[in-house]
Design a protein around this ligand. Structure first.
Ligand code: ZN
Length: 384
């Protein structure tokens, strides 16, 4: 019976503290009366506080953490500048133009600490603010772990994108075993211009962007660009799936694997890429798999060829060795394995071996074994 009373007491206390969030936020004469947030997407996130005491308030700090995948929880602290007084109304603005931005809908947890001249100290309960892009009236559609947000175009536009997203996930699961572990949010802006307006440091070529650690995608798709949009969205979605599956503190994936899986998830290779691949093969200008492990060339022709080849290498591995090996390869990379070691372990060949077998599959002469440490060399270019 006593236990029950204690339990009910606890329930009532919990209810009361849920109703009045500031009940525990007072010590001595010091109390936090109000806190607030204000978002100006994409540039500013502001935090406000009102506190009162019998004596001067001497110290106010904002503590915040950004919700994203990481290995260590990073808490930032902003020291608020103000003239000591018994009642303080203060605010602090996080200027994203100085730090780089956050994706739409990113969550930020925060709490305040306040001290007065008598040594009283109050810490508010943690609260969460979502950095929403409130410039548009978003509609949403959820299926499984995917939520689509859009504001231009009708329901069938969103529906069609959702079907493409689910097809992408099915294709990845069937052919590589990779699947989403956590929910993802996809923000569809009305076009590339609107997307760029949502970024702090937009790049001219940005049509879509995967914020992998946030599980978010932002992409500009005009309703008349639906076919391009489906591919671009599928590509970015695959990056999220693969990132969730292989996230580890030791290594990044080789670029050919990461980009190849994203290209593969889009569907069959587009004719333009097929032509680039065939031409490079005919001219002896294929890039080695080892070179494709590094970030791709910024040169447009080399970049397109790198994407086309990465698709081709993934297609070769999935087609020739099956789903379970690709799944094992991703798991091996999650354990932080090196590039050659992971391939050796799962397929029995290293990157040069992969390069040779893949080239053979394209009826290409097999080049001599590449020396490690020359990752940017073009294999085959000198033999033509
Ligand atoms: Zn990509």
């Amino acid at each position: 019976m006593v236990k029950k009373v204690v339990l009910w007491g606890l329930v009532i206390w919990l209810l009361l503290s849920a109703i009045s969030p500031f009940s525990a936020q007072a010590q001595g004469g010091l109390a936090v009366l109000d806190t607030s947030t204000h978002t100006e997407f994409p540039a500013e996130l502001s935090f406000g506080i009102t506190a009162r005491s019998n004596v001067n308030i001497t110290d106010i700090r904002l503590h915040y953490t950004v919700d994203r995948l990481s290995f260590a929880r990073v808490t930032s602290e902003a020291n608020i500048e103000f003239e000591p007084a018994a009642t303080i109304e203060a605010d602090w603005t996080w200027d994203m133009r100085r730090t780089g931005g956050l994706p739409p809908g990113a969550g930020v947890s925060y709490w305040w600490t306040v001290e007065d001249a008598q040594g009283n100290r109050v810490e508010t309960d943690p609260a969460r603010v979502q950095f929403d892009d409130t410039r548009y009236s978003w509609e949403s559609l959820t299926e499984g772990k995917v939520t689509l947000y859009w504001y231009k175009g009708d329901n069938s536009f969103a529906r069609e994108l959702m079907v493409a997203a689910q097809e992408t996930l099915n294709r990845l699961a069937a052919d590589t075993g990779a699947a989403l572990e956590k929910p993802v949010d996809i923000y569809i802006y009305a076009d590339a211009r609107a997307l760029q307006g949502s970024l702090i440091f937009p790049q001219e070529w940005t049509g879509g962007i995967a914020f992998t650690r946030f599980g978010r995608i932002a992409i500009g798709i005009a309703p008349e660009q639906l076919d391009w949009g489906k591919r671009a969205m599928s590509h970015e979605l695959a990056h999220l799936v693969v990132h969730q599956m292989t996230f580890n503190p030791y290594t990044e994936l080789p670029t050919w694997l990461n980009e190849g899986l994203a290209m593969y998830a889009e569907g069959s290779l587009e004719p333009g890429y097929v032509a680039i691949l065939q031409m490079a093969a005919a001219e002896g200008g294929l890039i080695s798999v080892r070179s494709l492990s590094s970030p791709f060339s910024a040169h447009p022709e080399q970049s397109s060829l790198s994407y086309a080849q990465s698709y081709s290498v993934i297609d070769f591995l999935v087609d020739g060795y099956g789903q379970s090996r690709m799944f094992d390869l991703l798991l091996t990379f999650r354990d932080g394995s090196g590039y050659d070691a992971a391939l050796e372990e799962v397929y029995g060949f290293d990157m040069d071996g992969l390069n040779a077998s893949w080239r053979e599959s394209l009826n290409q002469p097999v080049p001599p074994k590449e020396k490690a440490g020359m990752p940017l060399e073009l294999v085959g270019a000198s033999s033509s």
